[in-house]
Design a protein around this ligand. Structure first.
Ligand code: GDP
Ligand code: IMO
Ligand code: MG
Length: 425
C-alpha cells in the first residue's frame, strides 16, 4: 500500500499563505482535511479576479470532486460555518462533498463572550486573540464539559448539556467579570436551527479517512495557524489553544502518524505576526513599512495590521524539527522586490553566547539579539516568473540561503497571490 498524503503546516506565526498552497495541491487531491483551530483562521485563495476568504471551510472546496473534511480537532462555530457556506454558495460553490466529524466541539456564544471578557481583564497582558471563542471552547473540551456536534444533533442531550453549561458560564460571566448573563432559551432555539442544517454533513470522518488512506487516495491535511502559535512549542502564553503542528493533525483528524507521508512547511520570505507576544526580528522602520504595504499585511479574519520583520532561520529550524518537514514552500518572494539589502536572522546572541534553537522561555527572547546575514536584493518584477531559472540570481541565492540555514529543501516559491503564481523547484 502506498501512502499518498501530505500535511501542510504553517512554519511561522500563521498567515504564511497556506490557503493558496492548499488550493494548488487540492487540484490533484481526493480529500482535503482541516484538523485543528476554528474560525480564528483566515485562508485566502485567489483565482483570477475571484478572492475567497475561508475560515472554517477547508481550502479544497473550490474543486467540486474533492472531499473536504472538518475533522474532530476543529472547534466548529455553527453560525460562522453556515454563513461562510451561504456566501460561498452564492458564488457557485457546492457542499455536496463536505463532511464534518461528529466529535468536533461546538463554539457557543458564552465561549465568545468569555474570550472577549478574559482579554479585557488581562489589560496590558492581553494575548490579542481573534475573540472567536477558541481558547474557551478548547478549555471546555479539556475540562470535559464541551458540547460536540453529536450532542448538538440530539435535542435532549443538547438541552441538558447546554443548561448546565449556561448556568455555570453565567456565574462566571456575571460574578467574575461583571458581564451580562446569556439567555438559555434563545441559545437553545438558535443552535437547534443550526443543528437542522448541519446534520447532513455529520459523520465519523476518521473512518472515512482511514479507508481513503488505505486505498491510496490523495489526502492533504490543511494546517491552520502556525508552529509558533502551538500550545506546547510556540511562544506560550502568546499562542492559540490547539496544536497546529503535524503531530496535532493526527489527533485532530483521527489518524495515526504513519498516515502522513510528506510534511510541507509554509513560510513567507519574511516574518509576520498578528496579536501580542515576542517577535525577535520585528522591524519598526522603512523596510517594515514596505513589507506591510507591498505585502498587504492585514489580517484575513480580524483586519488587524500584521507586525512585520526579517526572515528568522531560528524559527524555520524549529518548524523543520517539530513538524518533521520534508520540504518548505516560501511564499511572497515578490514582496521583497525593491529592497536593496535583505537580511535573515541566522541565530541569536544572549549574554555573549550564541543561541541556535528557539528558546522555550519567552522572557529569554527579550534578552536575545538576532544576528543577521546580509544578502543582495533585486529590482526585477518576479511576479510573472514561471520557473526557478527565470528568477534573478539574487533571488535564487536568497532561496539557497534559506535551504542552508533551515536545513530543509525548498520545493515551492510563491511570486504572487494567484494560484498560477507558484514556482515548483
Ligand atoms: P493563510 O492564513 O496561511 O492561508 O494566509 P492568509 O490568506 O491569511 O494570508 C496570506 C496572504 O498572502 C493572502 O492575502 C494571500 O493571497 C497572499 N499570498 C499568498 N502567497 C503569496 C505570494 O506568493 N505573493 C503575494 N504577493 N501574496 C501572496
Ligand atoms: P491562519 O490559519 C495568524 C493568533 C491571534 C493571537 C493568538 C491567539 O489564518 O494562519 P486565538 O483567537 O486563536 O485564541 O488567538 O493566535 N492567531 C492567528 N494569527 N493567523 C491565524 O490563522 C491565527 N489564528 C490565531 O492573532 O495572537
Ligand atoms: Mg490567515
Amino acid at each position: 500500500m502506498s501512502i499518498n498524503t501530505t500535511a501542510l503546516v504553517g512554519a511561522q506565526w500563521g498567515d504564511e499563505g497556506k490557503g493558496k498552497i492548499i488550493d494548488i495541491l487540492a487540484e490533484h487531491a481526493d480529500y482535503v482535511v482541516r484538523a485543528t483551530g476554528g474560525s480564528n483562521a483566515g485562508h485566502t485563495v485567489v483565482n483570477g479576479d475571484k478572492v475567497y476568504k475561508l475560515h472554517l471551510i477547508p481550502s479544497g472546496i473550490l474543486y467540486p470532486d474533492t472531499v473536504n473534511i472538518i475533522g474532530n480537532g476543529v472547534v466548529l462555530d455553527p453560525k460562522v460555518v453556515l454563513e461562510e457556506m451561504d456566501a460561498l454558495a452564492a458564488l457557485g460553490v457546492s457542499f455536496d462533498k463536505l463532511l464534518i466529524d461528529v466529535r468536533a466541539h461546538i463554539v457557543m456564544p458564552y465561549h465568545k463572550e468569555l474570550d472577549e471578557l478574559a482579554e479585557k481583564a488581562k489589560g496590558a497582558d492581553a494575548i490579542g486573540t481573534t475573540k472567536r471563542g477558541i481558547g474557551p471552547c478548547y478549555a471546555d473540551k479539556c475540562d470535559r464539559i464541551g458540547i460536540r456536534l453529536i450532542d448538538l444533533l440530539q435535542p435532549d442531550v443538547f438541552a441538558q448539556k447546554l443548561k448546565s453549561n449556561v448556568e455555570f458560564k453565567n456565574k462566571l460571566i456575571t460574578s467574575v467579570y461583571g458581564g451580562k448573563p446569556l439567555d438559555y432559551k434563545t441559545m437553545y432555539a438558535e443552535y437547534c436551527g443550526y443543528a437542522e442544517r448541519l446534520k447532513k454533513f455529520a459523520v465519523d470522518t476518521g473512518v472515512v479517512l482511514y479507508d481513503a488512506i488505505k486505498s491510496g487516495k490523495r489526502v492533504v491535511f490543511e494546517g491552520a495557524q502556525g508552529t509558533l502559535l502551538d500550545l506546547d512549542s510556540g511562544t506560550y502564553p502568546f499562542v492559540t489553544s490547539s496544536h497546529p503542528i503535524t503531530g496535532g493533525f493526527c489527533a485532530g483528524a483521527g489518524v495515526g502518524p504513519t498516515a502522513i507521508a510528506e510534511c510541507l512547511g509554509i513560510a513567507k520570505s519574511y516574518t509576520t505576526r498578528v496579536g501580542a507576544g515576542p517577535f525577535p526580528t520585528e522591524l519598526d522602520d522603512e523596510v517594515g513599512k514596505h513589507l506591510l504595504n507591498v505585502g498587504h499585511e492585514f489580517g484575513t479574519t480580524t483586519g488587524r495590521a500584521r507586525r512585520c520583520g526579517w526572515l528568522d532561520a531560528v524559527i524555520l529550524r524549529l518548524a523543520v524539527r517539530i513538524n518533521g518537514l520534508t520540504a518548505l514552500a516560501i511564499n511572497k518572494l515578490d514582496t521583497l522586490t525593491g529592497i536593496k539589502k535583505l537580511k535573515i536572522a541566522t541565530h541569536y546572541m544572549m549574554d555573549g553566547k550564541p543561541v541556535n534553537d528557539f528558546p522555550a522561555d519567552i522572557s529569554m527572547l527579550e534578552h536575545c539579539t538576532p544576528v543577521y546575514i546580509e544578502l543582495d536584493g533585486w529590482n526585477d518584477d518576479i511576479s510573472g516568473c514561471k520557473t526557478f531559472d527565470e528568477l534573478p540570481a539574487a533571488a535564487k541565492a536568497y532561496i539557497a540561503k534559506i535551504e542552508e540555514l533551515a536545513g530543509c529543501r525548498v520545493s515551492m516559491i510563491g511570486v504572487g497571490p494567484d494560484r498560477d503564481q507558484n514556482i515548483l523547484k
